[in-house]
Design a protein around this ligand. Structure first.
Ligand SMILES: Cc1cc2nc3c(=O)[nH]c(=O)nc-3n(C[C@H](O)[C@H](O)[C@H](O)COP(=O)(O)O)c2cc1C
Length: 195
């Protein structure tokens, strides 16, 4: 379980890109007893979760789910932003809407709030191949202060399972939230013991 001394407020936003398992593994690695964890799903996230996660999304005890269409969520206001928001996986559609400030639902509004309040917005985009619209939206988001961590697993980790590969991306997300995972395998670091 990833840890840090400070209690962080973290919003995990899940959209309808392939890779629902990335969101599941991020949630599995955040401790709601130590941090305040909120979750919001786009409408299409539900459809992709139904395709990709047998048994559906498991929300760990203590995680607070929010409806997409209600602005009655703390992170809808700049007066109460999360310390970090992760959109995982992030569709090209949501990425474009965030890049252009649509704020039409609480997920998009939260991303707008996080950018304007200079908190951490981490996007885990998933699409292939990319077109120029995607690239331009990514450029805009980088200029606005977001961090892009594409859903590209690393293979030097020696991961033997799909979850192991997914976790190579989740470990980088945790790094950028400021919650390094103790078991994350790092390049040229001695093997860690699993205990
Ligand atoms: C099974 C499935 C997989 C999809 N994978 C992707 C994907 O990897 N990337 C992407 O940008 N859109 C993907 N889509 C399309 C999005 O779900 C669609 O554009 C949707 O409007 C996005 O809405 P959202 O951004 O509100 O979640 C997928 C759709 C389905 C049904």
């Amino acid at each position: 379980m990833a840890s840090s001394l400070a209690r962080l407020k973290i919003l995990v936003a899940i959209t309808g890109a392939s890779g629902s398992l990335y969101a599941q593994r991020l949630l599995d690695n955040l401790d709601p007893r130590q941090h305040e964890i909120h979750v919001v799903l786009s409408h299409y996230a539900q459809q992709v979760i139904a395709e990709e996660l047998p048994g559906g999304l498991r929300l760990p005890d203590g995680v607070k789910p929010h409806g997409l269409k209600s602005m009655n969520a703390p992170f809808a206001s700049g007066s109460n932003p999360p310390d970090a928001m992760v959109v995982i996986p992030c569709t090209m559609g949501t990425m474009g809407r965030i890049a252009h400030g649509y704020s039409e639902d609480v997920l998009q509004r939260a991303a707008d709030v996080v950018l304007k309040e200079r908190k951490k917005l981490i996007l885990v985009p998933r699409e292939t191949p990319l077109n120029l619209v995607h690239i331009k939206n990514m450029e805009l988001l980088l200029l606005a202060g977001a961090t892009l961590i594409p859903a590209n697993p690393s293979f030097y980790s020696g991961a033997k399972t799909i979850v192991g590969l997914v976790d190579t991306v989740v470990a980088r997300v945790l790094d950028h939230i400021g919650l390094a995972h103790p078991q994350a395998k790092r390049w040229l670091e001695p093997e860690k013991q699993n205990d």
